[in-house]
Design a protein around this ligand. Structure first.
Ligand code: HEC
Length: 105
């Protein structure tokens, strides 16, 4: 049972990785969308809220995973779970590309 579950989760992760057009995040579109995040994470990816982490320069992979974890409920936070529900797959990819790009000046 446990093995089957692990296999199912792994298969899901692999399938998600394969289908998510990973490098396709659009930085410009991400920046436009990031106005919704700016109050807490800053438009420059530097946090405006004590509980909110800085996002600037974070790896794209991590950002995509974090956002998808909030979307699925794998990870829960009062503020982020609500925010993440409004995001599409494309939004997640674009936002991740945008915040990642902020680390390379
Ligand atoms: C109302 C404030 C608020 C808004 C708006 C908000 N966030 Fe967050 N965000 C938080 C908080 C607080 C956390 C920390 C959650 C935790 O402790 O798990 C967080 C965590 C995250 C994380 C995980 C970072 C890490 O280091 O694990 C990501 C990624 C993220 N937010 C992206 C976004 C994006 C993209 C948007 C806009 C679509 C957004 N957030 C909007 C407050 C906010």
């Amino acid at each position: 049972m446990r093995v089957a579950l692990t296999a199912a989760v792994l298969a899901g992760v692999l399938a998600a990785g394969a289908s998510a057009s990973f490098a396709a995040g659009d930085i410009k579109a991400g920046r436009a969308k990031a106005t919704a995040c700016a109050a807490c994470h800053g438009i420059d990816g530097m946090s405006k809220l004590p509980e909110a982490p800085n996002l600037a320069g974070q790896t794209e992979e991590y950002l995509v995973k974090a956002l998808n974890d909030f979307r699925t409920g794998e990870r829960k936070n009062e503020m982020m779970s609500m925010m993440a529900k409004t995001l599409s797959d494309a939004d997640v990819a674009n936002l991740a590309a945008y915040y990642h790009s902020l680390g390379k000046q």
